[in-house]
Design a protein around this ligand. Structure first.
Ligand SMILES: C[S@@+](CC[C@H](N)C(=O)[O-])C[C@H]1O[C@@H](n2cnc3c(N)ncnc32)[C@H](O)[C@@H]1O
Length: 267
């Protein structure tokens, strides 16, 4: 999908601190990451919606996009350990080049890559102000329905149950009760604030990390962007490996991680 080097060719990290390692590389095959080395994947891949990223062209023919998703879904499967999980933030559907059932396609692609489906969290971004495409206004001729939500399907590798052993959980009673109801409501992130065209808010990885991982687990974000997952992981005392193909975004992510280090844990 890109001419960028893989992690293998680029074994020197772009940034490293006590908890976070960032590679500026193409993560399609995740060559260079060990098999079964990751406990939890949290990511938001390019949606193929023609977003103006710094370098990456986000407008493939849909069948090529689907093939590419299959490649990295298989790579994630390889690097995730047997009771590991994957939380993939994607749109419900898209209107680019015809109506596409993106979420339904991801479920199929991930299953074909070996993943088992566990559940889906519906994230209500409350972004109804962007709603302008009505289709046939005040007519049943061809109305368009828009759902102001994004989907976060949760997959696992072999076993959903992940024994605690002597690992430490930090999710509180109130958080657990609230977050196990699968509709989450909080606003998206302001792209200008973080200098990236499609960031997710820190609240998304924060909840996923606390709900689905133990302290000191290894979290992987193969499409790191502005580094939101790494910041959340660092604040919550998890290790994080982040990969992005674009050096400009890696720089932003590294800077955000440095700021966390210097503020002793608050993003
Ligand atoms: C939706 S954004 C991720 C945003 C991130 N969650 C954040 O909060 O900033 C997707 C990212 O994937 C990166 N990307 C696209 N193709 C890639 C590839 N083959 N390997 C690694 N990163 C890639 C883009 O540069 C972009 O930053």
């Amino acid at each position: 999908m890109s001419d960028a080097r893989s992690i293998d060719e680029q074994s020197c990290p772009f940034y490293r601190d006590d908890l976070v390692t960032i590679y500026c590389a193409d993560s399609t095959d995740l060559a260079g990451l060990d098999d079964a080395s990751v406990d939890l994947v949290i990511t938001s891949p390019p949606y193929n919606l023609d977003v103006s990223y710094n370098g990456y062209a986000d407008a493939l023919p849909y069948d090529r996009y689907v093939q590419w998703v299959g490649r990295w879904a298989r790579a994630l499967f390889r690097v995730t350990q047997s009771t590991g999980r994957a939380c993939i933030n994607i749109p419900l559907d898209s209107n680019k080049g015809g109506k596409r059932a993106v979420y339904a396609d991801y479920i199929r692609i991930f299953r074909e890559a070996g993943w088992q489906y566990q559940t889906t969290i519906v994230w209500n971004e409350q972004n109804i102000s962007r709603r302008t495409a009505w289709g046939s206004w005040l007519s049943p001729s061809a109305p368009f329905v828009t759902a102001p939500v994004e989907m976060v399907p949760i997959f696992y590798k072999d076993d959903w149950r992940r024994p605690r052993g002597n690992r430490i959980s930090d999710v509180t009673r109130d958080e657990f009760l609230a977050w196990t109801l699968g509709v989450w409501e909080f606003p998206g992130e302001n792209p200008k604030k973080v200098g990236h065209p499609a960031p997710f808010p820190i609240e998304l990885p924060r909840r996923l990390i606390k709900l689905y991982s133990y302290l000191d687990d290894v979290i992987l974000d193969p499409f790191l962007g502005s580094g939101t997952t790494a910041v959340a992981a660092k604040v919550l005392n998890r290790r994080c490996v982040g990969v992005d193909v674009d050096p400009h975004y890696c720089q932003i992510a590294a800077e955000r991680c440095r700021e966390v280090a210097s503020t002793n844990g608050s993003p």
